[in-house]
Design a protein around this ligand. Sequence first.
Ligand code: 0A1
Ligand code: ZN
Length: 848
Amino acid sequence: MRDSAPQTIHLADYTPPAYWVEDVHLTFRLAPTATRVLSRIRFVPNSDAPGRFFLHGEGLTLISAKINGAPVSPAFVEDGLTCAVPDGPFTWEAEVEINPQANTALEGLYRSGGMYCTQCEAEGFRKITYYPDRPDVMAPFTVRVEGSDPVLLSNGNPVAQGDGWAEWHDPWRKPAYLFALVAGDLVAHRDSFTTRSGKDVDLAIWVRKGDLHKCAFGMDALKRSMDWDERVYGREYDLDVFNIVAVDDFNAGAMENKGLNVFNASAVLASPDTATDANFERIESIIAHEYFHNWTGNRITCRDWFQLCLKEGLTVFRDQQFSADERSAPVKRIDDVLALRARQFREDNGPLAHPVRPESFVEINNFYTATVYEKGAELIGMLKRLVGDENYARALDLYFDRHDGEACTIEDWIAVFEETTGRDLSQFKTWYSQAGTPRLDMTDSFADGTYTLTFRQHTPATPGQPDKAPMVIPIAVGLLSPNGSECVPTTLLEMTKAEQSFTFEGLEEKPVPSILRGFSAPVIVTRKSDNAERAFLLAHDTDPFNRWEAGRALAKDALVRMVKEGAAPDAAFIDALGQVLADDTLDPAFRALVLHLPGQDDLAQTLFDAGVTPDPIAIYAACDSMADAIATTLESQLASLFDAMQVPGTYSPDAEAAGKRALANAALSLLSRRDNGARAQVQFDGADNMTQQLAGLGALIKQGKGDEALQAFYEQWHDDRLVLDKWFGLQCSLAKPDEAANVAMTLTAHPDFEWKNPNRFRSVLGALASNAAGFHHPSGAGYTVMADWLIKLDPVNPQTTARMITVFETWRRYDADRQALIAAELDRIANTPDLSRDTAEMVSRIRG
Ligand code: 0A1
Ligand code: ZN
């Protein structure tokens, strides 16, 4: 345990900085264990400045400090220094020494694979030099990098370079969290883009020599993103160069540093033989996300970290729009909702629930969450639905015009919508401050041609928020006649009260309602519905999202009855599935989604919500026997589908081909239960792309026939870190419940288990947690392996530890024995001496 209680920071305590920064000059003299950072910073005091300033700094050795050229002796405080300063503008100069080699936390300046790189969001810049490290302090940066590496990069435009040095200037005022520096023996995949006003931009993806063949797709995605942002949001790029660097060791996916994005190698590098269709799609969306941040995040940034959703919610929304435009919009929507439910609803349902704009935190790194990102994006989508597309576009134009170059708040964001539309959005703002997923209960009635829908909303209590106010909920509704035709097309109902009714007149008979079309609000609809109605909607709904949703509800109902009542697999569900699979008018990617059974974690929550303590082993068994039943009943159909969905010719990651492979591989996974893995072996042996090779391998592992293929895969790919991550991951995620903990433990002893690399760590421990029945095996072995490794990783990399510990966030749903086992592991972690602030905050919130 820590000696001093960590400080909680409150949104309500925000005050503007006493000293602004006019400009920044930095010189880096790079050396692996002793890098010198020289700073020259021009400060301008506020009118009420106290005559003494505070600069953040962590783990820095101060060599010298001057103000206006005269040496000063600052006083050191816990997280920085203070120093008496003149009344007017002044220049601060400092030289500090840091040790990038020793930096395993991957925050600040660190080494990865022999190169230097930085990660400054959220508060990493203070590990590089003394600075007011807060996002509302924005300044232009000039950076000189001196080092022996051939490539020396920083933000902005290149100014000059010579032997062993390079100078960069970023003219756009930015907060320190967007600072970046990269140095290494790198090569570039280059291209260029001409903006619509005719400016040429040099584009480069910088990688180690062996990775040059993995850059083409990322570059193409970048150019498509640049073009899309011009066409759809009118946003042009604003520097002469745009650089992306791939690094092996990175805590997150990627980082939007101005003009110099740093990417986790897994989020940018791809070739057909090493990356799956899902990897390509993820890369496309992350490239777009980071690029879109140039306007939503960089040109307009956040006033303070409580406003994180201002840049993240909007940028996720924009990258989702981009992917929907580039691929299939309905399939993208279903994928996004699946992810939202799996990650954000799960968060909202447990001890870590927090508002999209939190009101307090101990460690901001713990708030890069599904709630801030994914629910934050849903709020933008709702706003757009409520005001309409045209008003949305006008509000965004106003936002960019008015706030360019500023550090803003959610109030600024809401104001542009209020001014554009004349609407009072104060009730909408509740979505930003109230945690928890609203439950929406619906009943209906029909009399004299009038159909009435009545909704009641209720948001459960969450930590610190016992009572909730009603919110404005946009409910997209369509009505179908019993003959299957649509009698009322999609209509947006605006619910603002706790209980509210809406009527539809002039109907001949009672219609079948299709509620929350397109998942128009991030809520849980709790209405009672029967399977006949679900099957009807699965067959007839014109809204593709709700069509899929109906199939999902059927699947869930069947599985829940199997777990709860020991029911047999529902023949009617399997029959409905067969009809969808046979419908060639439906996109293969859509059919693949319908064929995927609900996740076991999702089922556990569903049971818990229904008042049943979930048993992960029973859920696993139900899913297994349902899959057997589907495979048996639909065997010949699946076999023809598998053949029909083979994509001839050269591999391409485009959405259409990927959709066919997704359907073929979903069929393969089921068929392997019937043919003992014969098809999977053929596919594995003959695959010329990773999507099919990995699907073959997965199906073989599941049939208990994977040993040889795993060995062959290892021999083929042990030199490719990203592929080797898949090898580790698949073994843990597909292990049988009573073997999973052992598999994970054995793999952590493998010579290639480089546990300090976040991707590799996650490939074993994250994959173990994704194996619900294995992780929650009643022996508790899964919990112990996890806790052992979290305790080991924490002093090395607090951020990755604190993120991984969320695997325990659902612990209160389980039985008393499992709860006791998890509580003991959480306590063991909490009682570890010198636990990081990151992990200490998370463990105490989870433990409650
Ligand atoms: N802003 C980045 C994600 C990011 C956040 C935090 C990090 O370190 C704590 C790193 C990256 C994004 O949204 O892509
Ligand atoms: Zn982001």
